[in-house]
Design a protein around this ligand. Structure first.
Ligand SMILES: [Zn+2]
Ligand SMILES: [Zn+2]
Length: 172
């Protein structure tokens, strides 16, 4: 897990600093499947802007998640571009009941991996697909409908069977 000690910056009000950090990203669980960031460590740009009594934190990075398509289970990938901001209220503890401070700063240490992970989770679409128009698996026979498009709905009766049915009716 990657963390960053904000005290090392020694910022004064109105100072702003950009820090480039490699951040470890954990795999994400979605719809019972696991999606793995590739690579597992992403380069991020963290900007810390010091205000009086607080810091504005901005985190930017790009990542690619790999995992199974939610319709057909073929390999799928998702590219995400993240830009997130948090406010670290350094006086949060002094005003009880008014805590809007970020949860990612604990004792002046920024939990970069946790923050990045949560932002990726928030940015996920409802479905991760191998392609937008993935046809999925046949609900009747389980075959991949992208490879073998077919339906089972219109079961057309072979005319020869109709003839047999007529005979069966006669025998009945
Ligand atoms: Zn698919
Ligand atoms: Zn089928």
């Amino acid at each position: 897990m990657t963390t960053f000690d904000l005290r090392t910056l020694r910022l004064r009000p109105s100072d702003e600093r950009r820090i480039d950090r490699e951040v470890d990203l954990q795999p994400l669980a979605l719809g019972g499947q696991e999606y793995v960031p590739e690579p597992q460590t992403v380069p991020t740009a963290l900007t810390v802007a010091q205000a009086v009594g607080g810091r504005l934190l901005t985190l930017r990075f790009q990542t690619r998640l790999s995992g199974p398509c939610m319709r057909c289970l073929a390999p799928a990938a998702l590219d995400l571009r993240i830009r997130a901001t948090e406010y670290d209220d350094e006086e949060a503890g002094k005003r009880p009941g008014e805590d809007t401070s970020t949860i990612y700063v604990v004792d002046d240490v920024l939990e970069l991996s946790q923050w990045a992970h949560d932002e990726v989770a928030l940015a996920l679409p409802e479905q991760i697909l191998c392609k937008p128009a993935c046809a999925g698996l046949c609900p009747d026979c389980g075959k991949d409908l992208n490879v073998e498009p077919h339906t089972h709905e219109d079961v057309t009766v072979d005319p020869r069977w109709e003839a047999l049915a007529d005979i069966r009716d006669l025998l009945a």
